[in-house]
Design a protein around this ligand. Structure first.
Ligand code: FAD
Ligand code: MLT
Ligand code: ZN
Length: 445
């Protein structure tokens, strides 16, 4: 196969991964639309390699033929970076699902890119350990996708984002070259860190095939409470109080979002009347750890594991409840905590119907625009407001295709240019996720 001719390409790919792992036509449907239904398009084929050698051979073939490739893990991404738009080949990494033995000393574990977060949690739990990052998409989100997006989730306040969990990486460059730095050492400054370069690169620099993950101790006991507040200032007082104990999660919701989840999922709401702002906190230790955090605020403290699960459902089922109302415009922003109140006042004036929730300790709000408010003009106005408040327009989901047009709001022209140079150096033919984060610059276009 020497050209991008469809039949020749597919035959070559079948020769690498086997007949049944090159999907075409209707078999590709589940790979072609994102979780929200907002992004996606046709693909010429979905290719499902079994190991690193097959990933390398597939990429070498596509690179030689000039065929664009979209790496895909669990397809839970929310910014359209993991789905095809215009016929790109989908490279599904889900079959790279090997889990190595746990190193109890570091502690750490080596896993294939296609292993889900839930699988790592399950394996780690058997050793009283945990993956430091957790998120509601845990049953489908893969480690490769989570590293590629530098996923955050609910435990960042305790353990950081994926960036803090990655101790080593194996990846394949666009031309099929395999690069590995899998020592797993806690300290290793022998030159720039490849794993950190690839963390958050959203599939534009290389395809991640395996990762060494740091693991953290699994707390013996945790306590969970839902705490009501009048406004962002009140919610930030809870953050300050919870930082004095050992916080595992500090999540924020608003009355409209809680009411929406209760109606959609039938989860009971333990506070009446419903406060305007609600903070869900989880801390290490027993319920006494929460006494000073709760103070005299309206609250529901979980009495057992089932209670705790119900409180968490009110938070974690926001995403599906939003989806059930129609295709949302999802904004994922961070603002400095000392500007949160001022930001929210202006936000509410622009999009009073938005459903906002998120990870309060990091100032990370997920602002979901729905119905008549889900317009490009509102998206633009909110993201400009974020920039005005010195925040980030892409907090934890990444840029994907959704935020490409707004990247300049919070990254300087010099930075963007430097990042383009890195992309160009690692993928000269521009085949990896060409429309994502930094759309490939082609001199002849
Ligand atoms: P995909 O969606 O398949 O891909 C995401 C990006 O990574 C794409 O750009 C893709 O090209 C690239 N990619 C995937 N695999 C590889 C690889 N092996 N090598 C190179 N590039 C690759 N995100 C958070 O950060 N925090 C949350 O709390 C959170 N909660 C969520 C809750 C729900 C209900 C849902 C649906 C999503 C949530 N997300 C959250 C978003 C999503 O789960 C994360 O972005 C996750 O990291 C994506 O993993 P994935 O395997 O599904 O990646
Ligand atoms: C979450 O924290 O629940 C997510 O990042 C998903 C979302 O924004 O909907
Ligand atoms: Zn989130």
């Amino acid at each position: 196969m020497t050209t991008a001719d469809g039949d020749g390409l597919l035959a070559a790919l079948r020769g690498i991964v086997g007949q049944s792992h090159v999907l075409t036509g209707e078999d590709t449907t589940g790979y072609c639309a994102d979780w929200t239904g907002r992004f996606g398009g046709p693909t010429r084929a979905v290719v499902r390699p079994a190991d690193t050698a097959q990933v390398a051979a597939v990429l070498r073939t596509c690179n030689d033929a000039g065929v664009p490739v979209v790496p895909q893990g669990g397809n839970t991404g929310l910014v359209g970076g993991g789905v095809p738009r215009n016929g790109e080949l989908v490279l599904s990494l889900r079959r790279l699902d090997t889990v190595g033995t746990i190193d109890p000393h570091t502690p750490s574990v080596t896993v294939g890119a296609g292993v889900t977060a839930a699988t790592v949690q399950r394996v780690a739990a058997g050793h009283d350990l945990a993956l430091g990052v957790d998120l509601a998409a845990r049953d489908s989100a893969t480690i490769g996708g989570m590293v590629a997006t530098n996923a955050g989730g609910i435990h960042v306040v305790a353990h950081g984002s994926m960036r803090q969990q990655v101790l080593g990486v194996e990846a394949v460059l666009a031309d099929g070259t395999v690069v590995r730095h899998m020592t797993g050492l806690a300290k290793d400054n022998a030159g720039p860190d490849l794993a950190q370069l690839l963390t958050g690169s959203e599939g534009i620099l290389a395809v991640i095939t395996a990762v060494i993950l740091r693991l953290v101790p699994r707390p013996a006991d945790t306590a969970v409470a839902l705490i009501g507040c009048d406004d962002p200032t009140g919610a930030l007082a809870v953050v300050a109080a919870v930082r004095r104990v050992r916080p595992l999660a500090v999540e924020v919701m608003r009355a409209a979002g809680i009411a929406m989840v209760a109606e959609h999922a039938g989860v009971p709401v333990p506070l009446a009347p419903l406060p305007a702002w609600l903070v869900l906190v989880e801390v290490e230790g027993g319920p006494t750890q929460l006494e000073e955090v709760v103070g005299d605020r309206p609250s529901a403290v979980a009495q057992d594991a089932a209670d705790a699960r119900r409180l968490w459902q009110l938070r974690e089922r926001h995403t599906e409840a939003v989806n059930a109302r129609g295709v949302p415009v999802k904004l994922d922003v961070t603002v400095p905590l000392d500007r949160l109140g001022a930001f929210v006042d202006r936000l509410d004036a622009i999009v009073p119907g938005a459903i906002s929730f998120g990870h309060l300790a990091e100032g990370n709000l997920h602002v979901n625009l729905l119905g008549e408010e889900a317009t490009a003009a509102n998206e633009d106005a909110v993201l400009r407001l974020v920039a005005e408040h010195h925040g980030s327009i892409a907090s934890e989901h990444g840029v994907g295709v959704a935020k490409v047009g707004h990247l300049h709001l919070t990254r300087s022209a010099g930075e963007v240019d430097a990042l383009h140079r890195i992309r160009q150096a690692m993928d000269p033919a521009g085949i990896l996720n060409p429309g994502v984060v930094l759309p490939v610059r082609r001199p002849d276009r």
